[in-house]
Write a protein that binds this ligand. Sequence first.
Ligand code: GLY
Length: 397
Amino acid sequence: MKITRVYILVILLLAFVPQPALNVTAQLDYCVGQAARTVASIPATLPNLPRNILNGKTTWNYIGYKDWTSGFWPGTLWYLYEYTKDARWKAKADTFTRELTPLAYQKAIDHDLGFQMYCSFGNGLRLTHNPAYKKILLAAADTLATLFNPKVGTILSWPRPVPNMEWPQHNTIMDNMINLELLFWASKNGGGKRLYDMAVSHATTTMNNHFRPDHTAYHVVVYDRETGKKIKGVTHQGYADNSMWARGQSWAIYGYTMTYRETRDPKFLDFAQKVSDVYLKQLPDDLIPYWDFSAPDIPNAPKDASAAAITASALLELSTLVPDKAKAAKYRTKAEQMLDALSSAAYQSRTFLLHSTGHKPNNSEVDASINYADYYYIEALLRLKKLKAGKNILATL
Ligand code: GLY
């Protein structure tokens, strides 16, 4: 009798706790179909890398290899190849990836080299072991390293005048954390320990200077380039200097999770949880953030689906690293719920996802479909598929 009552209670509880209804395979199939439509519409002339479809429009805007988002389309193609094992996706991925080759050998335009080269050539190398990709990636890591300032201990993100950044002082943006993955990879593959040391220095210096006491991130910190002293924390793409810009916090969640994976230093695992927890605590009910957590027009402010996709992917990894089982389960469930929300009709689009916000203060790419939202969405779906199959998120499917 007692057991029956407990059983009924569990059934009732399950009925009232929302369970993710995500069909990962169906969503990956949806991505394949959408990407096939994109491929069919790509022009025969340059620029030919899809970047966005703006709100109310139906056609892609294309960019060249120098654009900071140039790696996401080739990276998405590699993920499609990983999922389908279809040589036609591999051939497309290879073609678009190779377009980025000059970035490895020319003067660094900015810190985005990691995004550009690791999403494209990095995924290509993981899936094909092509030695030509490895050579290009190692050259790209050396080029990225030219932006490291040892007096500050971080990479210079924008080596040029940008409003409010006090050029020629040294600026570092939160997004820059993601580029460390290229340095970590290169240090393990013949690039030398100095690249590892730079990545650890960047992550540590950023941890010490880039966060408010509640663990929300400044978008940018400006440092004195000679003394390394912090001058100020400001925003560039967020609402205010002191607000939590959604994608900036997502880069922190992803970046510190990855840094812990690469270093196994517990301070980074602790920090990854802190930056995740403050973000999760302040999310709206559907778990897709507004573009900035302090946007004045919430609940009518534009959302940022890209931040949700980045965070979902990162939390899936974090759930495999956190030893506390209850906490790990919480991160996994939240990630699945985020993916479930992104997979609803409200977010599905001509690309993979609607409703991302690129640069609201500039009024650019507001409530748009953007290539990096798609990239992290398919990455997260694949990670979840691997976890469900008992595999490591970095393994090949
Ligand atoms: N890295 C630029 C952005 O997140 O918009």
